[in-house]
Design a protein around this ligand. Structure first.
Ligand code: BEZ
Length: 262
């Protein structure tokens, strides 16, 4: 069941749990050390914001935490529940929790919450107990710049407004640190780094899984041709001689704590 407003979180983007597992499993695999940053202790209550199909949520549970997964996608929440997890369909920009979590964790999700990033941070701050920690990784400024640029160019050639369709928020380190501080966090650590990421298959699969918001703005009859055009434009930069594709990921990672009242 769709929750009103939730699917507007990333307009035009719908998630298919099977396609996500095929084209996006690496997302959780690459974040294993983010779980080490969180270092959940047995008995801690953790909110996994943007839990997707629950692959990482499950790891937090295995470490003994009591975890609530939250995601805007009913399909991915269903996949997380199928793993036996407590997962809920929620809008990350309107979190309903109040001082009940020791930590909030988020991997590769915050950049989808573009409509109101400060409302996300206000909701995370509200959800945490004083002194609680927020540990997250998201796309940083420059993330998938080659892919994004090629999609924008292909849409512009057709007279389509890619900027209006663009679902992603990739902030700079300075911008996000300022937002965290304004939301009442002390930033204990924050970094950006390039992570060229070998894809499990062709860039077509990545585009069809993650770039749906752009494709939704293209008349259906022209979508396959646009994907082919983007693929051809990117091949010299992102594909090797063996036909393996590497996406130009750039990450922003941080650990911040909710300030205690003075
Ligand atoms: C990311 O994890 O950085 C990402 C994934 C899909 C689309 C855009 C960004």
């Amino acid at each position: 069941m769709a929750v009103p407003g939730v699917n507007a979180v990333a307009a035009g983007q719908a998630w298919d749990a099977g396609a996500y597992a095929r084209n996006g499993r690496f997302v959780a695999d690459l974040a294993a050390d983010l779980v080490d940053w969180l270092a959940p202790s047995p008995g801690e209550r953790v909110l996994d914001l943007g839990c997707g199909d629950g692959a990482l949520t499950e790891q937090l549970v295995e470490r003994g935490a009591t975890v609530v997964g939250a995601d805007a996608s009913p399909e991915l929440v269903a996949a997380a529940r199928a793993r036996g997890l407590d997962a809920r369909v929620l809008d990350g920009q309107a979190l309903p929790f109040d001082a009940e979590f020791d930590a909030v964790f988020s991997n590769a999700a915050l950049h989808w919450m573009k409509r109101d990033p400060d409302a996300v941070l206000a909701g995370v701050a509200r959800a945490l107990k004083p002194g609680g920690r927020f540990v997250a990784e998201m796309g940083a400024a420059g993330n998938v710049a080659a892919i994004r640029g090629a999609v924008h160019e292909a849409m512009a050639r057709r007279g389509l407004d890619a900027t209006a369709a663009d679902p992603w928020f990739f902030p700079t380190l300075a911008d996000y640190r300022r937002r965290l501080q304004a939301a009442g966090f002390e930033v204990a650590g924050i970094e950006t780094f390039a992570r060229p990421t070998l894809l499990p298959g062709d860039i077509r699969g990545w585009l069809q899984t993650f770039a749906q918001a752009f494709l939704a703005a293209v008349p259906e009859a022209g979508r396959a041709a646009l994907v082919d055009e983007v693929r051809s434009a990117l091949a010299p930069r992102l594909a090797n001689a063996a036909g393996q594709w590497t996406a130009d990921y750039v990450r922003l990672r941080f650990i911040a704590t909710k300030k205690r009242p003075a």
